[in-house]
Ligand binder design. Structure first.
Ligand code: CA
Length: 225
């Protein structure tokens, strides 16, 4: 089994190489994101371990780039304990699993073996609502053939709404799923984001697919009239 390790901390990278080789893996190490992406494209790995903060291209970018290019090698991402970039983002970018630093080798090996048993997953289905399409793994979205430029939060909001197409969603439900469970800010932030979304997915196309349901919340409708 061939594994690519993309990690810029030399000691950790060296330790990983040694440890994994002792377990019978063939290990290639890249010390920058740029090298890591190049190696991932050039060679066929059974599994990859990606650090997030890397010189050149970061781990999220490597992961989402590979997924966009149709590379579905299982990826385990290493997240920092106090990193501002969290585990959800690792999974959003198309990683299959994550491990928080510092981690134990026993756990790392177990996770890798689990990923290898599972194998490369199928490309997740593209979500649709009427002429709207959203690719959750690639984080891309289209209205008919036009690609829409959405921020990460707008994309998450739209993904949640498409997954609950034609259902009325309360602001609270939206907050709980799109923001953190412990979000303590102004719930009217939802209104602001719905407004942004409308200006991107509906208005330029003369549509009104996000309906306001008075006193209840919002509903994304696949019926575009
Ligand atoms: Ca790093």
């Amino acid at each position: 089994m061939r594994v690519l390790v993309v990690e810029d901390e030399k000691r950790l990278a060296g330790g990983l190489k040694k440890g994994l080789e002792a377990e019978g893996f063939a290990v290639d190490v890249a010390l920058t994101g740029t090298d890591g992406l190049w190696m991932a494209r050039e060679h066929d790995y059974d599994v990859q371990i990606l650090d997030i903060m890397l010189p050149g291209v970061n781990g999220f970018q490597i992961c989402s780039t590979l997924r966009k290019e149709g590379v579905w090698t299982p990826i385990l991402m290493l997240t920092a304990k106090d990193g501002e970039l969290d585990e959800a983002e690792a999974l959003d970018s198309g990683a299959d699993d994550y491990l928080t630093k510092p981690f134990s080798y026993v756990v790392l090996i177990a996770r890798l073996r689990a990923l290898l048993r599972r194998g490369a997953r199928e490309r997740p289905a593209v979500l649709e609502s009427g002429t709207l399409r959203l690719d959750p793994a690639a984080r891309r979205c289209w209205r008919e053939e036009t690609e829409l430029r959405l921020t990460a939060r707008e994309m998450s909001l739209l993904e949640f709404m498409i997954r609950h197409n034609d259902e009325v969603l309360s602001k609270r439900e939206i907050l709980d799923h799109v923001w953190d469970y412990d979000f303590e800010g102004d719930p009217n932030i939802v209104e602001v984001y719905v407004k942004h979304l409308r200006s991107k997915i509906d208005r330029p196309f003369g549509l009104e697919t996000i309906k306001t349901v008075r006193g209840s919340g919002y509903r994304l409708s696949s019926d575009e009239r």
